[in-house]
Design a protein around this ligand. Structure first.
Ligand code: ZN
Ligand code: ZN
Length: 329
């Protein structure tokens, strides 16, 4: 079967690989379309220790069962037996694995074998472009579930990429009072402004920083770092009010320096959010089915054969593209 194999940093190529054989409890899914995630991009760039070439990346997929029924797959496979799994925190499973990571083959290929428990049938009205957001959106549903914001909260989002944008759209569904999104790209800021951000501030300029600071006032109730670089993490703390909550989601840098003394004096609460559970995934899917969250105006599709161009575009000049979809079948 055809597969887009990550062969070296910044390089993917179409190769022929063996078709997987489903083991007991698994079904074979023919991949229809697959989304490129930020984590695939970090792998592609050679920044991930858990995505080492040669391997097939990809975990966001729409496919078909052998009978033709369209499905979306929850690619985070947990053991269902450890204490974390049994307590409903499958994202903290001792033995979790993700498609397109470590030893698990990803979905930038024609067929995947998936445990039945991970497969959700979807109606035809839910297009591939809409449904492929189920996995990234599940991360956002999870973070709001564990952050549990108070009614009428004011929020800050640092980083207006795919995750920041999904957080904005979800916060608006949750009834957020006002949302600031800060980024350094005018193209992205333009997008989040159209999505409904109260203020979209370009913090690479003095003027933008002043605007964001004025908007935050004594600080925002909930601030999300959707970027993961050091400056962004510190910015999330800086925007947060005394007694407010900082949610750390972005993982681009492993370590960073934070002014802890200032945060201790402000009694900042901190939540770190990782991945999602099956409950979050199902809620995400429900939001997409209802059409309440939609990234399709910012979704671009290319054939699997043009995987190299698709990855190059997302790493060098994504512009307003928030999701890149590879068409497989
Ligand atoms: Zn993803
Ligand atoms: Zn487990």
């Amino acid at each position: 079967m055809r597969a887009l194999v990550y062969t070296a940093p910044r390089q993917v190529e179409l190769q022929d690989i063996a078709r997987p054989v489903p083991v007991s409890g698994e079904s074979e899914i023919a991949v229809v379309a697959a989304g490129i995630c930020g984590s695939d991009i970090s792998g592609f760039l050679g920044h991930s220790r858990r995505r080492v070439p040669p391997m097939v990346l990809g975990h966001e997929l729409i496919g078909r069962r052998p009978g033709g029924q369209r499905v979306v797959v929850n690619p985070l496979i947990s053991c269902l037996r450890c204490t974390a799994c049994l307590s409903g925190a499958q994202n903290l499973c001792e033995n979790w694995r993700l498609l397109g990571m470590d030893q698990t083959t990803g979905c930038f290929t024609e067929f995947v074998s998936i445990p039945e428990t991970q497969i959700y049938e979807i109606p035809d009205e839910l297009t591939d472009r809409r449904a492929v957001i189920a996995e990234p959106l599940a991360n956002i549903v999870h973070l709001f579930r564990i952050a549990a914001p108070h009614p009428f909260f004011r929020m800050g989002i640092v980083g207006g990429g795919t995750m920041g944008s999904l957080a904005l759209l979800t916060a608006l569904r949750l009834g957020v009072r006002e949302v600031l999104v800060q980024d350094v790209s005018d193209v992205r800021l333009d997008v989040v402004r159209r999505m409904g951000a109260t203020l979209a501030a370009n913090v690479s300029t003095e003027e933008g920083r002043a605007e964001a600071c004025k908007f935050a006032g004594h600080g925002l109730d909930l601030v999300l770092d959707a970027s993961g670089n050091s400056a962004a993490r510190q910015a999330a703390f800086d925007l947060c009010r005394p007694g407010g909550l900082v949610v750390l989601l972005g993982m681009s840098q492993e370590r960073s320096e934070i002014d802890f003394v200032t945060s201790i004096r402000k009694e900042h609460r901190v939540v770190m959010s990782f991945a999602y559970t099956p409950v979050d995934f199902e809620r995400s899917l429900a939001l997409l089915k209802a059409g309440e969250v939609d990234l399709t105006p910012w979704t671009v599709e290319m054939p699997l054969e043009q995987g190299q161009q698709a990855f190059d575009r997302m790493t060098t000049a994504p512009g307003a593209t928030l999701k890149m979809l590879l068409r497989v079948n």
